[in-house]
Design a protein around this ligand. Structure first.
Ligand code: UD2
Length: 315
């Protein structure tokens, strides 16, 4: 069935890939973005598709956003607009509160008012804080270490409360570390893979925070876009949370070794003190996403990095 899906943060990294995936599957997409960090270039393909409508709009403008929802009455809202960086949330907690919590309320209220039956929300592995063991199951303890993780957890709770009181379906997608094309490396708040590749491409030393033995579960943005599309469109889904990850735990030092293989000369990385709010270990269980909506990651880190390095060298 073809659905009408409103995507917030549509010009962003995960948003634009999700938009492309949904359009490719034949759905109608209403993309909303204010270009705070998103880029028009990310929508180059979507903008040529007659099933895509773009609204330049800030989700923090509550009445304008609610009006758009009322105008299009989508079947699903995929809420991806966010402040994505853990250190930025520590540097600017008020902005984190606005973008990672208050916009969630705006989306929930607009959905309630205009009877939108489903919301898919960009949550995060940051809700767990430091896990006691890996792979982390969704019912593991949630003890965030940053304003970012706290706001994502509070948003999940708010949305699940709306789901139970107003009968809509809410799917909270707990993304682990997402990488892939269109991830902007230009800020110190950017994702580590985009930063490392950018440094390697310019023959500059990368910086590793701490001893490099912290671990992450890196997932390709193509897998994440597919997981979002499944959560948005699978019929008969109940509300709930799900890890979106690969179940593979990789240290920063291992990541660096994998990445540098593609470069003949790579300057030795600089080690600087650990970053505040940094999680020590992160790797999620994939069982629930599989049982709930048939999702399992398909792209290995080795394959995803090779593909990404190739694309970077072509650009
Ligand atoms: C990522 C996501 C966040 C959230 C979380 C879930 C980004 C930017 N952030 O946070 O949105 O979903 O995962 O757990 O995608 N590092 C270096 N050198 C650098 C940059 C980073 O050593 O130049 C380290 C950093 O200290 C951390 C790891 O790399 O240990 C990953 O950092 P990140 O900023 O890519 O992502 P993270 O895990 O803080």
């Amino acid at each position: 069935m073809r659905l009408k899906i409103l995507v917030t943060g549509a010009a962003g990294f995960i948003g634009s890939h999700t938009t492309d995936h949904l359009l490719h599957a034949g759905h109608f997409v209403i993309g909303v973005d204010n270009f705070r960090t998103g880029k028009r270039a990310n929508l180059a393909s979507a903008l040529t598709n007659p099933k895509f409508i773009f609204c330049e709009l800030d989700v923090t403008e509550e009445s304008a956003f609610t009006e758009i929802v009322g105008q299009y009455r989508p079947d699903v809202i995929v809420h991806l607009a966010a402040l994505v960086s853990v250190p930025e949330s520590i540097a600017n907690p008020a902005l984190n509160d606005l973008l990672n919590f208050r916009t969630t309320r705006t989306v929930a209220e607009a959905a309630r008012l205009h009877l939108v039956p489903r919301i898919v929300f960009a949550s995060s592995a940051a809700v767990y804080g430091d896990p006691t063991h890996t792979p982390i199951p969704e019912n593991g303890p949630t003890l965030p270490l940053s304003p970012y993780g706290s706001a994502k957890l509070a948003s999940e709770n708010l949305l699940l409360e709306y789901a139970s009181r107003h009968g809509l379906v809410v799917r909270c997608q707990r993304y682990f570390n997402v990488y892939g094309p269109r991830q902007d490396p230009s800020s110190s708040y950017s994702g580590v893979i985009s930063i490392f590749l950018d440094r390697l491409g310019r023959n500059l030393p990368a910086t590793i925070f701490g001893d490099g033995e912290q671990t992450r579960d890196f997932i390709s943005v193509y897998d994440v876009a597919r997981a979002n599309a499944l959560a948005a469109t699978a019929p008969g889904l109940a509300s709930g949370v799900a890890n979106i990850c690969t179940e593979k735990e990789v240290s920063l030092n291992q990541l660096w070794q994998l990445l540098r293989q593609g470069f003949s000369e790579a300057p030795v990385p600089l080690h600087v003190p650990e970053r505040p709010g940094d999680i020590r270990r992160s790797c999620g269980s994939t069982a629930l996403a599989h049982d709930s909506f048939g999702f399992r990651s398909r792209i290995s880190l080795e394959h995803g990095l090779r593909d990404l390095a190739r694309q970077c060298s072509i650009e």
